[in-house]
Design a binder for this molecule. Structure first.
Ligand code: AHG
Ligand code: MN
Ligand code: MN
Length: 323
């Protein structure tokens, strides 16, 4: 089985970017180890603090954020980072070529139940003309990403990575200490009978999503003419991983549950990197009205509606938004 560097070299990825990715993965290996130790390492439970988005921080959110921040800034090739757990961007080397955005720990509520969690990251080019503490550096659409990936801390620790040459899956080999290529070309099936959505929000959705899900639930007896199954992991990394492995549609639509927060998922830390991975595996990712990767961000912490996965199913869902 192949290691990461030769695969990326074969794809013509710049040595500095390869080194940066390997540094991020080294931090993720450390996070994976601490996650595996669980209560023994005293990493479970909440802190007394909240992040900028008013969410309670878990101890692991903070530990993962600190680990990633430190090693990424030490590389010298990163001009600034932006994290879900940081109020503002953090400046690095003014001459750095890259920007890194990350969700240090996705699915943090799952830490309490020993269930799936992960780290999501995205790498953007840095504008040499801007200062390292200028947040507008990050206001680039997802199409500008040079790499994106996630590390899933599951029964095995897995990496999904794209640099724009397809989406590859790797598995952490603890005997060797690195990630080995286990799926050279993830390919999301075009058709699916599996959907993932938090059904408890149903009454708060807008009309297009109400109608789309209602038709899925009618199954064989409705216009879709086939039965659908449902899954919800409450960690986007887990749900997107399933979609990459066997297809499906994953949606976190706009809702009116909390008028201050009509969308849940974050564009920079979750939606864009996952959209890059999904598109590179032949899937589609949209808000229902627009391709996610074409959104021009106006704020580093902005949130967005997400519908992604199997091409035919996501396009069908988008169709309900046009009606
Ligand atoms: P995070 O743990 O980084 O805050 O993200 C959790 C996100 C996402 O991973 C998941 O799909 C969604 O929140 C789950 O939301 P519900 O709790 O509303 O199901
Ligand atoms: Mn998250
Ligand atoms: Mn998070």
């Amino acid at each position: 089985m192949r290691r990461i560097s030769p695969v990326l070299q074969q794809d013509g990825v710049e040595p500095d970017l390869i080194a940066l990715l390997k540094t991020i993965l080294a931090a993720c290996r450390e996070i994976a180890f601490r996650v595996s130790q669980g209560e023994l390492a005293g990493v479970l439970g909440s802190t007394l603090g909240e992040n900028i988005q008013g969410e309670t921080q878990k101890k692991l959110d903070v530990i993962a954020n600190e680990l990633l921040k430190e090693v990424i800034l030490e590389t010298g090739v990163v001009k600034a980072i932006s994290s879900e757990e940081e109020d503002t961007i953090v400046a690095g080397n003014p001459k750095g070529k890259y920007l890194v955005t990350f969700d240090p720990l996705d699915g943090s509520s799952n830490t309490d139940i020993n269930s799936l969690i992960g780290t999501i990251f995205s790498i953007l080019p840095a504008d040499p003309a801007k200062e390292a503490d200028d947040a507008s550096l990050f206001l680039q659409p997802g199409t500008a990403q040079v790499a994106a990936g996630y590390v899933l801390y599951g029964p095995s620790t897995m990496l999904a990575l794209t640099t724009g040459h397809g989406t590859r899956l790797y598995t952490l080999d603890n005997t060797y200490g690195g990630f080995l290529l286990t799926e050279d070309q993830a390919a999301i099936p075009k058709y699916t009978t599996e959907f993932a959505i938090n059904m408890s929000n149903q009454r708060f959705w807008q009309e297009p999503m109400q109608h789309y899900i209602a038709d899925l639930l009618l199954g064989k007896t409705g216009t879709r003419g086939k039965n659908f199954n449902m899954r919800w992991i409450a960690a986007m990394v887990g749900d997107v991983h399933r979609v990459l492995c066997r297809g499906g549609i994953f949606a976190y639509p706009t809702d009116t549950k909390d008028p201050q927060k009509p969308d849940k998922l974050r564009l920079m830390y979750e939606a864009n990197p996952m959209s890059f991975l999904v598109e590179q595996a032949g899937g589609v990712s949209s808000t229902g009205y627009q391709r996610i990767m074409e959104i021009i961000p106006i704020d580093i912490h902005q949130r967005v509606a997400v519908i992604l996965g199997s091409k035919h199913e996501v396009e069908t869902c988008i169709g309900y938004h046009k009606a």
